[in-house]
Design a protein around this ligand. Structure first.
Ligand SMILES: Cc1ncc(C[n+]2csc(CCOP(=O)(O)OP(=O)(O)O)c2C)c(N)n1
Ligand SMILES: [Mg+2]
Length: 576
């Protein structure tokens, strides 16, 4: 903390004039957002945040009024994932605050930096069941990286700064600041202490050099190493360093769903995604490797399958900024705690370029024998739509998804080239994420092609935000793969519950007509012969478009690693 900050904090109410003295809490709040460089925020107003909205009336910060607070949180999240900046969301007390819960949990599971502000009832009413009171710090404690309740104007500015600092440093995550309305009305009677005061929070960024060397030695000694890359490589902007390591040492690379794009899938070293619906090559390689280099990944159960038989022969190296994730799910032989970019950079100089052609020939064979594939007979196949979208956008679009089969096909078939290209809910698996998240990504990337490849079920959950896209002229392309089912659940019922389709049939409304009513362009296609032209037309349209595609209803996602099975026991289905 700065000396002046300390003095001001101790003094509490000093009369000294200063930049902030005499400001209202709402004005201090706004000033802090400006100092943090916030350019855009997403949200929805209400009684407990009226003083803040009154200040925002004249703010240079762009405010996006969404149609639902959940939409606002996912928009802030899509903005954060696609830009690397902190997403900001604001909602009122009570129902406004509780509507943020799914968005916060989504961001928390995927380590996405968000700061959410909620209004709270007057400080003297907290705990009285006042109108629109909800204990949102209690509710969100397990689904945020950290949260705060501000009751005094003197604490407001510093807390806002701390929230941004916590959200973006270390392992990023969402931070909620609940603000009692009277603290936004009250005026500062002096200069507040503004420097963050977080003695218990000191994220490690530089990896221990001994561990870095140990890891490098293990890699140099390995004949069949695999790089298993997670979402932390996106947050630490480490994909260039990852490529250097992979290429220098001839190590094949598989990524998690969240890390797609951190390693260009055109590389001969690319094994694509691993896990439950990962590529055969990635899964076989992990099971066969003698050294698994996990880079900023967390050994999620959708990645590992049966954990007792995960990478059974491998020495495991784990690079991660969060010490709590080391040996949490899989026992790690060589942990290196710190920032992935920093650690990979320093590790590179100890890495020997070795000939690993025997190992690469083996992984190549798996790639050739069991590529992701689909048939092109009968109705339009969902995979085909994704593959055509990849081709016709030059694999260069930012692509958001909902959750379900369409999400997995998007991961498998788009063809990923660069980091921050995929915007998807991995850890929580939140249906309804795609539509608002894609709009947030478009706000953060004006001029970029942004597509939401969505499921009919997922899209229904939050499609009201198409109104937001239309109102603010965000040209997002929403492609709804309508298989008339909650497809992923149907697939499980088909495979594991004797085809008893229980509550998964999902007849859809006319999305194209809804889109027109929402102020966007609507299209509907049912024939393969229309597909390419329709995609081209959609991409050319300057505004938002909803393209409703009727696809094969009972297509399944392959490979699939069934519950309890190890990765190499995957069912290859049609890929066998
Ligand atoms: C909010 C939420 N509720 C329930 C689920 C469970 N779930 C996972 S996938 C899925 C079906 C998704 O259907 P759709 O969006 O049409 O995608 P499809 O699998 O058909 O491609 C469901 C219900 C979930 N992930 N999220
Ligand atoms: Mg569906």
């Amino acid at each position: 903390m700065s000396k002046t900050g300390k003095i001001a904090k101790k003094a509490g109410k000093t009369k000294a004039a200063g930049k902030y003295a005499g400001m209202s809490g709402a004005e201090v709040f706004h000033q802090m957002l400006l100092e943090e460089g916030v350019e855009i925020m997403f949200g929805f107003p209400g009684g407990a945040v009226l003083p803040i909205f009154d200040v925002l009336y004249r703010s240079p910060i762009k405010f996006i009024l969404t149609r639902h607070e959940q939409g606002a949180t996912h928009m802030a999240d899509g903005y954060a994932r696609s830009t690397g900046r902190v997403g900001v969301v604001i909602a009122t007390s009570g129902p406004g605050a509780t509507n943020l819960v799914t968005g916060l949990a989504t961001a928390n599971m995927d380590s996405i930096p968000l700061v959410a502000f909620t209004g709270q009832v007057r400080s003297n009413l907290i705990g009285n069941d006042a109108f629109q009171e909800a204990d949102i710090t209690g509710v969100t404690r397990p689904i945020t990286k950290h949260n705060f309740l501000v009751k005094r104007v003197e604490d407001l500015g510093r807390t806002v700064k701390e929230a941004f600092y916590i959200a973006r440093t270390g392992r990023p995550g969402p931070v909620l600041v609940d603000i009692a309305v009277d603290s936004t009305v009250a005026r500062l009677d002096g200069e507040p202490g503004l420097a963050p005061d977080l003695p218990g929070y000191k994220p490690t960024t530089a990896g221990n050099i001994r561990q870095v060397k140990l890891a490098a030695e293990a890699i140099n000694a390995a004949r069949q190493p695999v790089l298993y890359v997670g979402g932390g490589v996106v947050s630490s902007n480490a994909s260039a360093e990852l490529r250097k390591l992979a290429e220098k040492a001839s190590i094949p690379v598989t990524t998690t769903l969240l890390a797609l794009g951190t390693f260009d899938e055109r590389s001969p070293l690319a094994l694509q995604m691993l896990g439950m619906h990962g590529s055969a090559a990635a899964n076989y390689a992990v099971q066969d490797c003698d050294c698994l280099i996990a880079v900023a990944a967390r050994f999620d159960d959708r990645v590992t399958g049966n954990i007792a038989n995960f990478a059974p022969r491998a020495k495991v190296i784990h690079i991660d900024i969060d010490p709590a994730s080391i040996s949490k799910n899989v026992v790690v032989d060589i942990p290196v705690v710190g920032d992935a970019k920093d650690i990979l950079t320093r590790m590179l100089e100890f890495i020997q370029p070795l000939d690993r052609s025997v190992w690469l020939a083996k992984t190549d064979q798996w790639k050739k024998r069991h590529p992701f594939k689909y048939a092109t007979d009968g109705k339009i196949k969902p995979q085909e739509v994704v593959a055509r979208l990849g081709e016709l956008t030059g694999h260069d679009a930012i692509v958001a998804t909902g959750v379900g089969q369409h999400q997995m096909w998007t991961a498998q078939f788009y063809g990923w080239r660069k980091p921050r290209q995929i915007i998807t809910s991995g850890g929580l698996g939140t249906m309804g994420f795609g539509c608002p998240a894609s709009i947030g990504a478009q706000f953060g990337n004006p001029g970029a092609t942004v597509i939401d490849i969505d499921g009919d079920g997922s899209f229904c959950m939050t499609m009201v935000e198409v109104i937001t896209a239309a109102r603010y002229q965000q040209p997002v392309k929403f492609v709804v793969l309508d298989n008339e089912y909650l497809g992923m659940v149907r697939q499980w019922q088909e495979m594991f519950y004797g085809r008893r389709y229980s509550s998964v049939s999902h007849p859809c409304p006319e999305f194209a007509r809804i889109a027109e009513g929402f102020g966007a362009r609507g299209m509907k296609i049912t024939e393969r012969s229309e597909l390419d032209d329709a995609i081209r037309e959609m991409l050319k349209h300057p505004g938002p478009v909803v393209m409703h595609v009727a696809v094969e209803p009972e297509e399944n996602v392959y490979p699939i690693v069934a519950a309890g099975k190890a990765l190499h026991e995957m069912d290859l289905g049609k890929l066998a």
